[in-house]
Ligand binder design. Structure first.
Ligand SMILES: *Cc1c(COP(=O)(O)O)cnc(C)c1O
Length: 382
């Protein structure tokens, strides 16, 4: 059976590594070796020479991630930002333009706005929940359309297939940051994307114990360009990080099911609570992106945002009072997290068009017992 004939959970557990022929080890070893002995000059034994160029633990992870996205090629990086930086440098040259979401991940926006603009790259921001707006933002100089869906922290939904069509017609490449959905819930390559990006720090790693990134594509030229920069610029993960990420990815299917189940229960509780003004979740019928999300996602994910009826102070109080939901940035781990985007992850957007409401609280719903999470939120809301 080839990988693409297997179900998602089977691929997650098996793709990328066969039991070691010598020892029978069922898991990929952590190859803590920076260099590899050669049999005579240029005589590589297993295709490896130096670990920036390639390391067997990283190779296993890369094959695993490619299989999970239904893609031909994967590349792993030391962080989501290293993957972002690599994709941008591989796909853009001075004079080129790219289109990004008006609520892009803050680090992505910062890298483009504070670094790439110095190298002759220009960009436009658009509301990516409107494919027509994306088309209107594309110019003759546009080489890349970059989207996220769902977005952070307002969970807006972009129609990947519609934007892929727009970008193909214009002759640009489409990159989808699939971090929030994970490959279990959403498969952008099958919907027409050229490249899928992950911060594997989040759901793929899934245990808040490792930082990493990935790029997956079916385009051999882009894959080569990403590999050239892995070796040429060096933003690669070490073997222990690659191992931890692959260990996390193996359980993605069961974790995502429980993240979704718990998030749905949290949404039910909060939607009926007098302290909550609005619940934002793509699974709700009234969410403006619900129909698109229903088409392109398996379920609606573990991220829930709420606006408090009592305004900013009520939002800060909720963050202060939860006991199981830990007050922290980041997301996608097995443990539930709570944060105030306006004062934490999105503080840098204050005063800009990207500013988030100050009564907003973002929950990364973990996989603890559902009843305990609900009880925690209820006591914290008072
Ligand atoms: C966290 C995140 C990134 C950046 O990834 P790091 O692993 O933190 O470098 C990029 N995009 C999204 C949507 C993220 O949540």
């Amino acid at each position: 059976m080839s990988d693409d004939e297997k179900g998602f959970a089977t691929r997650a557990i098996h793709a990328g590594f066969e039991p070691d022929p010598q020892t029978g080890a069922v898991n990929v070893p952590i190859y803590a070796s920076s260099t590899f002995a050669q049999d005579g000059v240029g005589g590589m034994r297993g295709g490896y020479e130096y670990a920036r160029t390639g390391n067997p633990t990283r190779t296993a992870l890369e094959a695993n991630l490619a299989a999970l996205e239904g893609g031909s090629y994967g590349r792993a990086f030391s962080s989501g930002m290293a993957a972002t930086d690599t994709a941008l440098r591989a796909m853009l040259r001075p004079g080129d333009h790219l289109v990004i979401p008006d609520d892009a991940y803050g680090g992505t926006f910062r890298l483009i706005d504070k670094v790439f603009t110095h190298w002759g790259i220009t960009y436009s921001t658009v509301a990516v929940d409107d494919p027509t707006a994306v088309r209107d933002a594309i110019t003759d100089a546009t080489k890349v359309v970059w989207i996220e869906t769902p977005t952070n922290p307002l969970l807006n939904i972009a129609d990947i297939a519609a934007i892929a069509e727009v970008s193909q017609e214009a002759g640009t490449k489409l990159v989808v940051d699939n971090t929030f959905a994970s490959p279990y819930l959403q498969q952008p390559l099958a919907l027409g994307a050229d490249v899928v990006l992950h911060s594997t720090t989040k759901y793929l790693g899934g245990h808040s114990d490792v930082v990493g990134g990935a790029l997956v594509t079916n385009d051999a030229e882009l894959h080569d360009a990403f590999g050239f920069l892995q070796n040429g610029a060096g933003g690669v993960p070490g073997p222990f990080d690659a191992y931890l990420t692959m260990r996390g990815a193996k359980t993605l299917a069961v974790r995502m099911e429980q993240h979704c189940t718990n998030a749905e229960a949290v949404v039910d509780l909060l939607a009926g609570h007098s302290a909550i003004a609005t619940v934002i979740y793509p699974g709700l019928d009234e969410h403006p992106g619900h129909d698109v999300a229903k088409r392109q996602m398996r379920r609606y994910g573990g991220m829930v945002s709420v606006r408090l009826a009592g305004g900013r102070q009520a939002a800060l109080d909720l963050c202060a009072r939860t006991e199981i939901f830990t007050l922290a940035e980041s997301l996608g781990g097995i443990e539930s997290l709570i944060e105030h985007p306006g004062a934490m992850t999105h503080a840098s957007t204050a005063g800009s068009a990207l500013e988030v409401p100050d009564d907003l609280v973002r929950l990364s719903v973990g996989i603890e017992d559902t009843a305990d999470l609900l009880a925690d939120l209820e006591q914290a809301l008072g």
